[in-house]
Design a protein around this ligand. Sequence first.
Ligand code: ZN
Length: 480
Amino acid sequence: MTKEASVSTDAPNGGLIADAPAPKDAPLTEDAPTGAPQGGPLRAVVVILDGAAGDALEVYGGRTTLEAASTPHLDALAREGVVGLVRNVPSGMEPSSNVACTSIVGYDPADYPIGRGALELAALGVPLEDGQVALRVNLVNVTPAGVMHSYSTDNISSEDGHALGDELKAALDDDTFTLYKGTGFRLYLVVTGHPALMETTFSAAHDIADMPVAEHPPRGPEAQLVRDFEARAKEVLAASPVNRRRIAQGLLPATDVSVFWPGVRPQGMEDFSGRFGRQAALNSGVDLLNGIAQLAGIRRCHFAGVTDGPDNDYAAQGEGALAMLGENDVAFVHVESPDAEGHDGNVEGKRRAIEAIDREIVGRLRSWAAERPLRILALPDHPTPLATKRHTSDPVPFVMAGPGIAPNAAQRLTEAEARSSGLLVDPGHRLLSTLLVHTPLSSRACRGILGRASGRPQAEGPPDLPLDTACPRIPRRGPE
Ligand SMILES: [Zn+2]
């Protein structure tokens, strides 16, 4: 993408960006803005760097991982385009990837409060009936002293995860409980006849890393049901031939299961192509994102080598992104590894993951964009600070560049630059329609896409800020 590709004009309506859903009569395939590279219809790609945002780290001299990482391609996008903050997690909602990524794909998570267990199960194509509750089950390793040592059993392979899942199913499936096998360490539990599980509260396994498990039990009406299930699973795993073989191979055994994230049957989501007038495709190594895609009518594309961990084949995912753009108006590329490294507290691993995304995925997209009109949006879904190893609901930085998007003097995709931009997209689900509409986006356009900077996001409809209101500053939090 060249600088000339950015058309620096204020929108004729004073910078107001059309609200979601984008006009259906303005498909991306028409009217590429003047100055866009020739060579095809205007496309859009969204790169989700899961959990990439975070806090200042001593080991990086007070810089965040995004600041410490070498990201020449994201830097170029920042210089060519707009950097700002986006609130993907509405206030009062859990800062989970299902909430944040539902927002990123253009749907208000408040309208689709789908429990993550149910969402991930949808990715497996398992239908839920009324009255059934679906929960995530992690295969975990707990030390003999009762401390959560690994929420993923060291990112156990799907092969071993499925083998353990078969052992657990054989012992535990009955009229009440049905287990399903997901990716890697992920299993799903469908519980029939206990709807009060939705009022039970749980600690997610990755949120209690290195903590005593007994101090974070499920609480509420069906807590005992879950504790009993976990206790029976522990007995099965203690006698597991798969675990014995893993120990002999020097691999970590799955000592326990951890149950959390209850959800019920998802209500129908409006089809993406109906909502935005665009055909979209998505690639991700995690079930959750595939579940969102499945519910939203977004094509799910699988590419060999794309995983949810540090072994992700970033080059394959980058090539996959180009393949999706060849056949779709919009491509979503979700990369889980920065979040996984954040949960593991792996400082260097998280930096390497961000650098690999920049080099192998964003780099390929920029080369593609040099020949064809392409808008690129790159952003984390939520922060996963290394200090706490758990998600926060803070707004995250985003960068958006491409034809019709004028620069706002940013240099890099970092938390500090985004905060100082004065640009906050809230509610965050409007960011996607901003990416897809034709209206040229300038830094002044933030007036149009701003919701209220605090409080509950507004319902669909034009923001009620007067157009001559200056963009509010984002309050700075504590020391950087
Ligand atoms: Zn996470």
